[in-house]
Design a protein around this ligand. Sequence first.
Ligand code: PRP
Length: 206
Amino acid sequence: MHRELHHPLIESLINTLRDDSIDAFVFRHTIKEITKLLLYEALREAPLTPKKVPTWNGVKEYGYIKEEEIVVVSVLRAALPMHEAAIDTLRSAVSGFLGIKRDEITHKSVLYYDRVGDCTGKKVILVDPMVATGGSLCDAIKVLKAKNADTIYTLNVIASPEGINTVMKVYPDVEMLIAKIDEKLNDDKFIMPGLGDAGDRAYNTL
Ligand code: PRP
């Protein structure tokens, strides 16, 4: 299933990203803020496991998310700020990285780097700011399923309806959390109105 977050705070942060006058630092910072809100939604139903901890008035038992059972996976490179934000919150989560590049002529995505361990019994949180054709996300999900990922959530900042349909058609069991669903893809497979190229804007490249 997929879900768009409807909230004035999200809307305002997305519109900050649309502003081409912000610099790379503010762009990355805003992506991180949105990621925290997406993560908050993704973990809404996460079970809490009881653990005994020392407190100011003796040992007590409280519930905690089992962060060690979560794998945060990012698709290089535009997702790196999202990755940082997610593991700042989930300090004991395992990290994994995938390199998937979209060929600008054929629009097909290519997997060139895989640094994700076995995901058996793990909840995977896959972060990627953009879902344009959905090709990169489908490729990433395919890799994660081959590694036995138990449940997969995706956190996405902007997605096109076409990209969401593509992912959902192939992987209806994946839960996509999207900050903003934009109008459409243009002929060059860019999300409209979109943000431009998130990787370039985050890292001052062209
Ligand atoms: C962007 C983005 C996604 C992909 C989305 O990465 O981060 O991974 O495009 O497009 P798709 O849905 O059509 O596959 P890009 O290939 O530009 O690489 P980058 O992160 O290095 O900028």
